[in-house]
Every structure is written in C-alpha cells, then in structure tokens.
Ligand binder design. Structure first.
Ligand code: MF3
Ligand code: CO
Length: 253
C-alpha cells in the first residue's frame, strides 16, 4: 500500500530533507585525497544530531554507521572505515535523516580531486538519470514511467543500470511501498498521485549491470570492477509537479 502524505507531513519531510542536503554539502566540503570515510561518517553524525535529527541508517537492521560511503566500483552501502580517499576516486555518499517521525533520504557521488573524463561522464549521466526520473513524478503518470526514464537516460549514454537494487517509497519509514526499479517499459504499475513521496535512486555503472555483496553483508560492488555512481532524492508528488525535498546538494558541483 502506498501511503500518501498530507501537506503538513510533506513539510516535515522537507525539514528532514534540508538536514540531509546540508549534510551532503558539508561532506562535499570535506571530501579530499587523504581523508577517510570514517571521518566523514563522524562529521555527518555530529552535524545531523546538532540539527536535532537522527541518522536513520544507524542501527537499521544492525547497520553500524550514520552514512554509506561507497568508493569507485562500490555501488551502495559501503560501511565507513579506514578507506583513505585518493585523487581520482569517486565516492558515493548516502545520507538519511529522521526528524519528527519522518525520514528523508538522498545520495550523491562526489569526485575526489581531479577525475578522469570517463568518471566525469558517469557522474553527469547519473545526475541526468535522477533528474529524468524525478521529472516523471507527476499525478497521472505511472510508476514505471520513472523506471523507464532512468533506464533510457542511462543506457543511451552507454552505461548500465543496476537491476537488483531499487528506489522506494519513503515517509514514516525509510522503506515504504512501492519498490521503484530503475528499468522497465513505460505505462505500468500504480498511477502516481498527489501526496506520494518517493526516494528515486538510480545506481548506474560504467560496465555491466551485475553486482556482488561483500563479506561484510552490506557493501555492494560491480561484478566487473567498473565504476559506479548513485544519485538519490526524496521527492513529493504534488499537483504542480515534483517537489524535491532533499534539494540543496545539487548546488555542489
Ligand atoms: N538509501 C539507502 C536505501 O534506500 C539507505 C539504506 S542504507 C542502510 O536503502 F544502511 F540503512 F541500510
Ligand atoms: Co534510498
């Protein structure tokens, strides 16, 4: 069942989303060669709590950290730790904040110093795929219109979407119905309606679509070792179109 939110509930998700966006912006200012992902996690947790929020991921099914930090071929759910960032890396950072009982969830893939032209292109296409998915978040569209928009934007650029991981409804819980695949034919699934709130999150790779789960049972990387990017926004469907509730991070690049 897709839970629709009232305008007041969406406003509360926007307050959570603002903290998410500010956290990503703060992390962006601190991502540099020589830093560790554990340092970023500590910075994020301190900032989120200073804003009165709580880091949604911490303790979720035993997850041990406040953010996910996934370098290079790692797609999602990287556990922050001693990994030391190097010039030319890309780093996908995922942040969730709970505030007043509502969750917002967003991810962004950052360049570390100067990156290759190929990596730069992957990030551009990941962002464009997210934008294309968000653009479909309008009353009267169907769920798979989002999926199709993401897939076509990614594949027309010569990249792959990961098929075994999905976006999701978000609200009082981080994961609500529906699941939102990043591929599919258009015009299928539930009709989108005002008050639905979705986490749209293309996960794309420079190689094939297959992924492997690491021994830590969280982190997930591309099977072929190709680079991966992850961009995510929490979006409300309104009568006037998509309202991005985690928006500030787009100002970063
Ligand atoms: N944005 C991720 C998701 O939608 C966050 C989950 S990470 C976890 O699944 F550690 F909390 F599981
Ligand atoms: Co998510």
């Amino acid at each position: 069942m897709i839970v629709r939110k009232s305008p007041a509930e969406i406003a509360q998700m926007g307050r959570a989303g603002r903290i998410v966006a500010e956290t990503l912006a703060l992390l962006g200012d601190h991502i540099r060669p020589g830093g560790t992902t554990a340092e970023l996690d500590a910075l994020a947790e301190e900032f989120i709590r200073s804003q009165g929020g709580s880091p949604t991921f911490k303790g979720y099914r035993g997850y041990p950290a406040s953010i996910c930090a996934s370098p290079n071929a790692m797609v999602v759910h990287g556990i922050p730790g001693p990994y030391t960032l190097a010039e030319g890396d890309i780093l996908s950072v995922d942040v969730g904040v709970t505030l007043g009982g509502f969750v917002a969830d967003s991810a962004y893939t950052f360049p570390v110093g100067e990156i290759s032209a190929g990596a730069e292109r992957l990030l551009e296409v990941g962002q464009a795929s997210l934008d294309a998915g968000v653009e479909q978040c309008r009353p009267g569209r169907r769920l798979s219109d989002i999926s199709h928009a993401v897939q076509t934007t990614t594949e027309e650029a010569g990249f792959s979407v990961v098929r075994s991981l999905v976006g999701h409804g978000v609200g009082r819980a981080m994961h609500e119905d529906p699941q939102i695949p990043n591929f599919g034919v258009p015009g299928r699934g539930p009709l989108l309606a005002e008050g639905m709130t979705f986490a749209i999150e293309p996960m794309i790779t420079a190689g094939g679509p297959d992924v492997v789960v690491h021994d830590d049972e969280w982190s997930i990387s591309t099977s072929d070792g190709s680079l991966a990017a992850h961009f995510e926004h929490t979006v409300a469907i309104t009568d006037s179109g998509p309202q991005i509730l985690t928006a500030e991070a787009v100002l970063l690049r």
